[in-house]
Design a protein around this ligand. Sequence first.
Ligand SMILES: *[C@@H]1O[C@H](CO)[C@@H](O)[C@H](O)[C@H]1NC(C)=O
Length: 303
Amino acid sequence: MLLGLGNVPTLETPLFFLALITYSMSIIGNILIVVLVVSQRHLHTPMYFLGNLSSLETCYSCTILPQLLASFLTGDKAISAHGCVAQLYFFGSFAGTECHLLAAMSYDQYLAICQPLLYASLMTWKVCLQLVAASWLVGMLVSAVVTVFLSQLKFCGPKTIDHFFCDLTPLLELSCSDTSMVTLPSIILSFLSVVFHFLFMLASYVYIIAAILRILSSVGREKAFSTCSSHLTVVTTFYCTLLIVYVLPRTALLRQLNKVFSFFYTVLTPLVNPLIYSLRNREVRDALRKALRKAKACTQGAQ
Ligand SMILES: *[C@@H]1O[C@H](CO)[C@@H](O)[C@H](O)[C@H]1NC(C)=O
């Protein structure tokens, strides 16, 4: 049983509509970006990262929200054991992929700002493909390892999860066997990937900000800063919520706050990320304008 967001009946309806609206908008927005990126063949590599990030966000919201919305509607809070493990696996692998993809994107920005003359020769289509493929593969692999270890545990006691989806920590609390078999590998794996990427991104941004401060013209400085500030916002939000949800101890108060923050990064990030990236990106806006013009010409031709 997934207890959901809390048992406050007056909040059920507003929360349902909030989740429904953000879900539909993030699916539409992200699919639009993927279609734009795929339909325009001449785009530069940052756009491929953006397209992949949007497909990732689409998958990400599909692992949690349909089930949450259905439980709001039917009042049925049950989830099958296989469904729960599947949700854990897919959620973990998409979250892991997102860490790697964000790191790859910050490397791309580092090259664009700090090595502008070498950018085209360093960030070729092949390098981009390798970075993207590695992100997806490592994310799926790490999550698979953790899920396999988890499925070895025994669950004999209570069956209610005080959360709105099957996340690792609430599941581990239900187990009656020794959970160090799961926590140890998952701590090592997440430490390796999250901390390594976090430090890597931190280093990229230190270089980027140093390079921006060296730009003498205020127009150039502003332009460079606006490209990377959107990315910095996304990265900071993602890592801060991860930190709050997974690193802080689970006391009674934090447990409730935990749900709020989980709601943020599972429901709101998939909506906010494409908005932040695409509205601030001239290439996306131009592509959108071109697609709209083409669509208009088509409908006029049809009449
Ligand atoms: C994802 O990245 C790959 C490699 O760069 C690219 O070929 C592909 O078009 C991207 N996918 C989307 C949906 O943008």
